[in-house]
Design a protein around this ligand. Sequence first.
Ligand code: GLC
Length: 552
Amino acid sequence: MTKSWRDVNVIYQIYPRSFKDSDGDGVGDLRGVITKLDYIKGGQGALGADAIWISPFFPSPMADFGYDVSDYCDVHPLFGTLDDMRTLIKEAHARDIKVMIDFVPNHTSNQHPWFIESAASRDNPYRDFYVWRDPKSDGSPPNNWLSIFGGSAWEFDETTGQYYLHTFLKEQPDLDWSNPKVRWEMRKVLKFWCDMGIDGIRADAVRWIAKDPDLGDDAPNPHYHEGMNAFESLRHNKSRYGRDLFRYLRELTDVIEEYPDCVMIFEDYPDDLESTRDQYLGFYSVNPRVSMPFNFQGMWVEWNARSVAEFVNEFQGMLLPEHVPVYCFSNHDQARLVTRFGADHARLVAVLQFTLPGLPVMYYGDEIGMENGAIPADRIQDPVEIRKRALEGGGVSPEELDEQGMYIGRDPERTPMQWDATAYAGFSTREPWLPVADNYPTINVAAELSDAGSNFALYRTLLYLRTQHPVLRSGDYLQIPDPHPDIFRYRRINSGEKLDVILNFSAGDVTIGDCRGDVICSSYMSSRPEQDSDTITLRANEGVIILRSAEQ
Ligand code: GLC
């Protein structure tokens, strides 16, 4: 039995294609992950993360790199075998690491046997596993719903003369969750993995599983203007977030609740459909004992002390004591932290993330400060990018290029993990599926392990402190107003401990009062800020944690 989720310091997301290749085919795999468990926790110089979440490794034609599942209860041969997964779970548990896997409930692959059956004829027993509808009288799609990945959400099927719904790629047909047989099958999938011993589920794109039962048109978005992504032209008020959503999710959490200490984290990006508060509280209402939504707002918050403080205070303010916050600032769908915030500010993100309450989720490579890799046009893999280009007639608008003129999409944040300065960054023995980022000779685990001031050293220290000081995980959160506009300061407190966190968002020194106590961490790592009896002078973009005694 590993430590309880309540005591977990972080969930470390592994994108398995890109973490470690054990068999020299240029693609990461489960055996690769197993060889790096000592790096994650327990080995010499380990990062010290208590849990991992592995993105999809199931059989899949890889139209969306595994988020198009053709068998929910097996492992894609590229990644290994079910036995490898069993070994991974055993080896992780031996190191007190929890294992969370991805679960993709909204859609399957179009190569899933259910869809192959469903598409075979209108009276096939699996027909109602998916959403099929007749064309309108003029032959056009049944309604105006759009695919997140571009174009209509409907694809016409010549064989049976109907359209099927796909919120993502046409290779990812949406399951019909109003069909109890679908829900029953999906509960069986959860049981399969829980019986194998996994500890948690990250549930993908959940808001889309419940739609308006009448499949009415989505309303136009009054804020839409030219230059915005076409998907934003609608409000998606009918195509998602249907009234049965939380009931369906509750059926899933009922399954995992049967297992000791298993949790489910819902992927949900808040939008303007409902108030942000209603959206979060809706997801928490499903079953706060075992489930919670991600909070991704930090990815887009305006990066200054006032906006960040507002975002955190508002979110903390809406939660009930039983709600576990899941702050997440990066993942396989978003630009790398350093690319988004700059190297210094990425360190502030780390101090913030690991001193806020709850269960933080980090992305592989952030601990060494990996940046977005540059992807030449002929190496693009992300289907979203490829589809967007096809829809736009091959042309790519200037906003889609980065400063170096490289294509954006989601490939840049999925480049191979940078383990060392050897060929292919120690990820593989041959050219990997995506190019290794150019900076790997200096930004890599081996180099940073021996550098006391490195990004890695900061992550390791923060995770260690989060383990040592339960107040950081579950103590109360209190904002401490500071008159300086570039300072965000807050306190973590419980009956035994009091820690102050101070983040300086400015590019210059700032002296702050009422700072008695020991600085137990500075984002600078190699040196501490100047402190006298009551004040502390933070340097540019510095974040610190101060341990205060009860009377301070
Ligand atoms: C989620 C995943 C993303 C995937 C999509 C469709 O947003 O994070 O990578 O493309 O769902 O499954």
